[in-house]
Ligand binder design. Structure first.
Ligand code: UT7
Length: 326
């Protein structure tokens, strides 16, 4: 059985910047509060004509270029998103068409902020069983469209962006070493987007109640995230027979700097072994890890043979980890 390996990465964020100072003009908040509680300084906002598949397209093109591959080399397109262009066709189908990829399957997965790592779990299995040769996996979100810009408890947190990876098989003993996924649907009410689905379809009443926007019980989510991620990260490393000191880099989902620091502390990782870019982009949900991975690679923070841990937590609730040997 081959191992599954990431052979190309790419990221795209929209040009428009929204700073904490801009948010101070929209809601009763302050740069000081946002930085202290979250670590976020600014985020990117998609243009009026940009949907998730447009961001995904820009990121995917970069990943293909970096891997020296052509669209025809891809035989499966997976997009992890909780902000699809529309309910259907899937964002992956729009992306497949735009890239001109023929004879490939295409579908979306939704595990909210854990979506990209869930996608790695799936893609790695499909490559190892040789069901597919080369998979394009993209995390893409336009959260600004489902954000209530009058709700200070959520609007300061999110941003838009996309990150893409290409995964193929290798006979070498490296790549995606292990993946773990988990969920607790019983805690679904902590983060949700209640309106617009079949439970509460779009209606005048739904719009008046603002159910088309993300609702989050931030502090309760925070506590579960810290507890769960600390445990998940430690278990992922332990299960693979490694010691945390052998990790070269932790690339966590960028939801809150304090959550990231708590996981790093549990693993006894120094600051330089933890990748953080939350200050520039905020929480971009399924896009956050592939954007961070791409930036870490470009910054020379990941070298051949090094161990990298990815971990994410999000709506569902869902959480997931992936251990890579680069
Ligand atoms: O990616 C998916 C998973 N999501 C997460 O992991 C997010 C997890 N949660 C968090 O990151 C944090 O809980 C938040 C950043 C959302 C909030 O931080 P917190 O330290 O948990 O604050 P809090 O919700 O307990 O609120 C503390 C106070 C409240 O005021 P009172 O009730 O103490 O008077 C809030 O109303 O801060 C107030 N507050 C704000 N103040 C200024 C809430 N939002 C803001 C704001 N500006 N934007």
């Amino acid at each position: 059985m081959p191992s599954a390996r990431i052979v190309g990465t790419g990221a795209y964020v929209p040009e428009r910047l929204l700073t904490n100072a801009d948010l101070e003009k929209l809601v009763d908040t302050s740069d000081e509060w946002i930085v202290e509680r979250t670590g976020i300084k600014e985020r990117r906002i998609a243009g009026a004509s940009q949907a998730s598949s447009d961001l995904a397209y820009a990121a995917a093109q970069k990943a293909l270029k970096q891997a020296h591959l052509k669209p025809k080399d891809i035989d499966l397109v997976i997009v992890a998103t909780c902000t699809p262009d529309m309910a259907f066709p899937s964002t992956a189908c729009f992306l497949q068409d735009r890239l001109g990829i023929k004879r490939a399957g295409a579908f979306d997965i939704n595990a909210a902020c854990s979506g990209f790592v869930y996608g790695l779990h799936l893609a790695s299995s499909l490559i190892r069983t040789e069901a597919h040769k080369r998979i394009l996996l993209v995390g893409a979100e336009v959260l600004s469209r489902v954000t209530d810009w009058q709700d200070r408890t959520t609007c300061v947190l999110f941003g838009d962006g996309a990150g893409a990876v290409i995964i193929e098989g290798t006979k070498e003993k490296r790549g995606i070493i292990s993946t773990h996924i988990q969920a607790d649907g019983g805690l679904g009410e902590l983060i949700m987007l209640p309106g617009g689905g079949t439970r509460t379809p779009c209606s005048k009443e739904m719009l008046i109640k603002k159910l088309q926007y993300i609702k989050m019980k931030g502090n309760e989510t925070f506590k579960v995230a810290v507890r769960t991620l600390e445990e998940l990260a430690a278990r992922t490393i332990e299960d693979s027979g490694l010691d945390p000191s052998q990790l070269s880099l932790l690339i966590p989902h960028q939801a809150n700097l304090r959550i990231i620091q708590a996981t790093a502390k549990r693993l006894n990782l120094p600051e330089e072994k933890v990748f953080v870019n939350i200050e520039k982009y905020g929480n971009t949900s399924a896009a956050s890890i592939p954007i961070a991975l791409d930036e870490a690679l470009h910054a020379g923070r990941v070298k051949d043979g090094e161990y990298v841990l990815l971990e994410a937590f999000g709506g569902g609730l869902t959480w997931a980890s992936a251990l890579l040997k680069w």
